[in-house]
Design a protein around this ligand. Structure first.
Ligand code: MG
Length: 257
């Protein structure tokens, strides 16, 4: 049976945000938005699953109206679950790890960073989110040119990789996982708290015949990798929103007018 012959409530389309619905670090384009809401949404349930928080999702997808447009929103890899505009659940790294372990980790990272030599340093070295910590050796409060300086430096020194090795050793007793995304930072989160986390909520509450995932960072180490290879989803690799549109048009047999 082809996907196009399924009912709306039998299909879930799960989209990564950055690079999939939008070009990297920009906002969704009006044409793509219109296509998604008027052509795709009538045919299938639509959902986002992004690495960043809900505020960032609002920013990239043109505001809070997405609460009404999408059937589901899964910011922070689905650790926050929004079901038809309402928050249905939230998982939290403090509860999961416990305060003592979390503090031990943060103290170690700060000590390590204080001894790390870099050409420049700015502010905000650890950003605390619901489901993860984001560690930025140079500090997130930097300009674009300062960011580029780090990128150049990192080509020779692998700052983030080296630091992850140290952390893996020091915290071998804690079930943490590390992921290098973006240019200047890396994420730390409990094992299994990648984008497949969103599927737990879906599986527990809904029964779709097909779940499709669209993402751009699908190689090992990329933040779409785990969900991309998950047998519960039919996966589509894209490089741009144009790819996403082309695949959707094909999949749902949308007339291109
Ligand atoms: Mg992406």
């Amino acid at each position: 049976m082809s996907t196009a012959s399924l009912q709306r409530d039998e299909i879930l389309l799960l989209f990564d945000v950055d690079g999939t619905l939008t070009y990297p670090r920009t906002n969704i384009q009006p044409e793509f938005e219109a296509f998604l809401y008027s052509k795709v949404k009538p045919l299938a349930n639509i959902a986002t699953v992004g690495g960043s928080d809900l505020e960032k999702m609002f920013e990239q997808l043109n505001g809070k109206k997405i609460l009404g447009e999408f059937d589901f929103l899964f910011p922070e890899n689905g650790l926050v679950q929004i079901d038809h505009g309402k928050e249905a659940g939230k998982q939290n790294i403090i509860q999961h790890l416990g305060e003592p372990t979390l503090k031990r980790f943060i103290n170690f990272v700060l000590r390590n960073l204080s001894e790390l030599e870099l050409p420049i340093k700015r502010g905000t070295f650890i950003e605390f989110r619901n489901g993860m910590l984001n560690v930025c050796p140079m500090g997130r409060q930097c300009t674009r040119s300062e960011r580029n300086m780090f990128v150049e430096y990192e080509k020779k020194h692998n700052v983030r990789e080296e630091m992850i090795k140290v952390l893996q050793e020091e915290f071998a007793d804690v079930d943490l996982q590390y992921s290098i995304g973006g240019q200047i930072s890396f994420d730390v989160f409990p094992k299994g708290w990648d984008k497949t986390y969103a599927l737990r909520y879906i599986e527990a509450n809904y029964n779709f015949k097909e779940i499709h995932f669209f993402g751009d960072k699908t190689e090992p180490g990329g933040n779409d990798y785990e969900i991309f290879i998950d047998p519960r989803v039919i996966s589509h690799k894209v490089a741009t929103p144009e790819d996403t549109r082309r695949i959707l048009t094909d999949l749902l047999k949308i007339s291109d007018s």
